[in-house]
Design a protein around this ligand. Structure first.
Ligand code: ATP
Ligand code: MG
Length: 575
């Protein structure tokens, strides 16, 4: 490809709305342009990178036995009503009507469509297993689109769906996809970690997120400093056996009777602890949640936060949400901030760390009042204990009890065992070898293609620009024709360019009528792994300069050896 003919508008200025480096560099390197919030056009350079990633994904999906299909983006509401998601998906789902007034949405994901296809076509166990995937634009009306391709509203996703005869086979399919993902992200040149994620009603460890490690990542990951435990923050379990604070035996009798203290307009943990001069781990927060069924109260220590996902899974409900002020007043007789477990007429669940607590401070269910010297068992009871809070950096690894570390990551892929959720809701069945009708067991597997490209740049750049990993670089080599007006420079650069093309090496020839400084700057910015500089000075001694973008290593190479030298990089790819 000749740069003079390529639509590659680079720019020196950093765009004002680009907060993370990958977004800045994708704009500056002429890879993408914004149409409107969270919606981008891929320019030729960006599209080449996207297509490289897609090729890797296709090769690995096909190798794992998956087959490519392409489903429509427009999906009828009826399918979403069948699974109930028309009501629960919320505002991320872009809904619209056709000219007949029928409801549709633009697909944010395709479980409904694929399950509909499979229930119509799959009859018997002989038709299974089946794994179908597509690479397609998804639409999610994200509340905060940002970071360029990282969190778009329209974005390219690879989504795959597996169909099996039973749990055991579904698990095999799951691990096959897990392995394929490891290969895909390795081939993309990424440093990543597969972490346990929430698998909702399924339970167990059948949901993993593939996280590219980066400080700018939106996701918090909990890793063990000793064993290989890694989970996302929502999922990370807290093992009571490894509790940091061991409370001693109660001191003598049950101490002092509960006593009310006036706490005028003092509500937050910080305010209450300062006012009553107690440590936050002496305070118990009582939070009321709406669950779609009965409201429940959850007790956690003052220095802990309720993890709503753990609560949702424990209760087996679709959603949980903090109760609004009206409900809190109705149930406690006081505004939020003064809720406590004494006299509360709803079910009370407590986090495991409440169990050893004594002599606690709680809300008095009365405006501007708290109770001190409160004891569980004496003053109130709970209906059960569970792990209901977020892990904190001072907790220990739930597997081995060693210290943990919080790191940040970008979720590029997600593998998930769905079980019978969709096949049950949509009656996707098959006949087993006894002729008995059974539900198909499913899994789903997503990769954000644009996000993967962005994550790769996040991990591979320097102050001058992008440093593409070989496998996803838009070109492998760029040849800089430093003085195009010099006929010797022009003809030698052309010769090298043609030689590389013949060797099937993707090459960008910078034949623009630009100053050398501009060409060097652009070459660094767009991050092509190998740069060959053909200039008057070098040619005097029959040489060109070959430089590796990543290491900055340079070599003066004789003209006749250039192609062989570059080929050598491919025999032993440099990462
Ligand atoms: P997130 O928590 O980041 O919103 P998600 O859990 O909603 O992600 P999935 O539904 O599992 O994501 O989608 C599969 C993959 O699609 C994700 O792993 C991610 O790489 C990508 N993806 C999801 N939302 C977006 C988005 N708004 N923009 C770009 N890629 C996305
Ligand atoms: Mg999302």
């Amino acid at each position: 490809m000749r740069y003079s003919q390529l639509f590659l508008p680079t720019q020196r200025e950093t765009p004002a709305d680009a907060e993370v480096v990958s977004h800045q560099l994708m704009i500056r390197a002429g890879m993408i342009r914004k149409l409107t919030s969270g919606i981008y056009t891929y320019l030729p350079l960006g599209l080449r990178v996207i297509q490289k990633i897609e090729t890797i994904i296709r090769e690995e999906m096909n190798r794992a036995g998956a087959q490519e299909v392409l489903m429509p983006s427009v999906q009828p509401a009826e399918l979403w009503q069948e699974t109930g998601r028309w009501n629960v998906y919320g505002k991320e789902l872009l809904r619209f009507k056709d000219r007949h007034g029928r409801d549709y949405c633009l697909g944010p994901t395709h479980e409904e469509v694929i399950t509909d296809l499979v229930r119509k076509e799959v009859r018997s166990y002989r038709d299974l297993p089946l794994n179908l995937y597509q690479i397609q634009n998804k639409f999610r009306d994200e509340i905060r689109p940002r970071f360029g391709l990282m969190r778009g509203r329209e974005f390219i996703m690879k989504d795959a769906y597996s169909f099996d005869i039973d749990e055991e086979h579904a698990e095999k399919s799951y691990w096959k996809m897990y392995d394929a993902y490891v290969r895909i992200f390795e081939r993309c040149g990424l440093k990543f970690k597969a972490v346990e994620a929430d698998s909702g009603a399924i339970g167990g460890t059948f949901s993993h997120e593939f996280m590219v490690l980066a400080d700018t990542g939106e996701d918090a990951i909990v890793t063990c400093t000793s064993c290989d435990y890694a989970a996302n923050l929502e999922k990370a379990e807290i093992n009571p056996d490894y509790a940091r604070d061991r409370y001693g035996k109660p001191l003598g009798s049950k101490g002092l009777p509960a006593e009310k203290r006036g706490t005028p307009n003092i509500k937050t943990v910080e305010e209450v602890t300062r006012f009553l001069r107690v440590r936050p781990d002496r305070l118990v927060k009582t939070l009321i949640f709406e669950t779609g069924k009965e409201p429940v109260a959850v007790l956690v220590r003052g220095d802990h936060e309720v993890n709503p996902i753990k609560l949702k899974n424990l209760l087996g409900v679709e959603t949980v949400a903090l109760a609004d002020e009206t409900l809190v007043r109705e149930l406690t007789g006081a505004p939020p901030g003064f809720t406590g477990p004494l006299g509360l007429k709803i079910r009370i669940l407590a986090d495991n760390d409440i169990r050893p607590m004594e002599d606690m401070v709680v809300g008095a269910n009365e405006e501007d009042a708290h109770l001190v010297h409160v004891y569980r068992g004496r003053d109130f009871d709970v209906s059960g204990f569970a792990d209901l809070r977020f892990i904190t950096p001072s907790d220990r690894c739930p597997r081995c009890g060693k210290d943990i570390l919080f790191i940040r990551g970008i979720e590029v892929g997600h593998v998930f065992k769905l079980g019978e959720k969709y096949s049950q809701a949509m009656s996707a069945t098959y006949l087993d070898d006894q002729g008995k009708e059974r539900l198909i067991v499913m899994g789903c597997y997503g990769i954000g293609v644009g996000r993967t490209a962005a994550a790769a740049i996040e991990q591979n750049h320097d102050q001058d620009g992008i440093i593409f990993p070989w496998s996803i670089a838009p070109f492998q080599v760029t040849v800089l024709m430093l003085q195009p007006e010099d006929s010797e420079v022009a003809s030698q650069a052309e010769k090298i360019y043609n030689g590389l093309k013949e060797a099937n090496i993707e090459t960008l020839l910078d034949d623009r009528d630009e100053r050398p400084g501009v060409k060097f700057k652009d070459a660094d910015l767009i991050g092509i792994p190998v740069r060959i500089t053909v200039g008057e000075r070098g040619l005097k001694s029959g040489q060109v300069e070959i430089r590796l973008r990543r290491t900055g290593e340079t070599d003066e190479v004789r003209l006749e050896n250039v192609i062989e030298k570059v080929r050598g990089f491919f025999r032993e790819p440099v990462s």
